[in-house]
Design a protein around this ligand. Sequence first.
Ligand code: FPP
Length: 246
Amino acid sequence: MSTASLPANPDPSPGPNHVAIIMDGNGRWAKARGLPRVAGHRRGADAVRRVVRGAGELGIPVITLFAFSTENWTRPADEVSDLMGLLRHYLRSELEELRKNGARLRVIGNRDGLASDIVADIADAENMTRGNSRIDVNICINYGSRDEILRATRSLARQVAAGELDVDRIDANLFERELLTAGVPDPDLLIRTSGEQRISNFLLWQCAYSELVFVDTLWPDFGKDDLERAIAEFRRRERRYGGVGG
Ligand code: FPP
């Protein structure tokens, strides 16, 4: 067959509906410049702004960013306090930028462990962006997937013990409704920056069939171009969901 008979514009494989990102490498970015770790986190927050805007421009409907894990509390107290300060600042100062991007913000994580003013800021930011519909931006704060799965399991076990739920009715759909991500589609693409190749207790249930892309770029240097490259890699993958493919 000559190339002339090929369709001029073959149907491209679909892009991801939901991109999740483990933002890693802030500390190494700072260290390489002789700066304190907080400087890396600050530049990391700039990258969050850039990437959210870029994702909107690329037409990605859902993006989820891992900002603070249940394990991050074990970091030195001043680093935890710097990170909480940055999250507080983001939730308060980013509302106009989120509005311009048509972004609806949702914070995913256990709010019990967070300072009460941050919990209030989260509620305000979620309420104020509720009407936006171009892109859903999920930020995971005090999030850990094992903890999430255990809480879901306990909740279902309590319903069974109380006679409210037949144990045989527990299936994937019912289970997902108990997760902190209830209503959020599973990520199609999971990106981790900084060359590390781990999942680190992030969306363990939800990423069962996600395509994983690991990039060497440190998070503070990550931008729209890197996102586009990761999406190009995603498009080259064949997703089989345990089947044999086409
Ligand atoms: C990992 O880098 C990054 C974090 C633990 C925090 C991520 C936080 C931000 C990007 C800034 C605040 C976020 C928002 C949403 C405003 P690391 O410190 O583990 O880096 P290292 O592995 O090089 O030490």
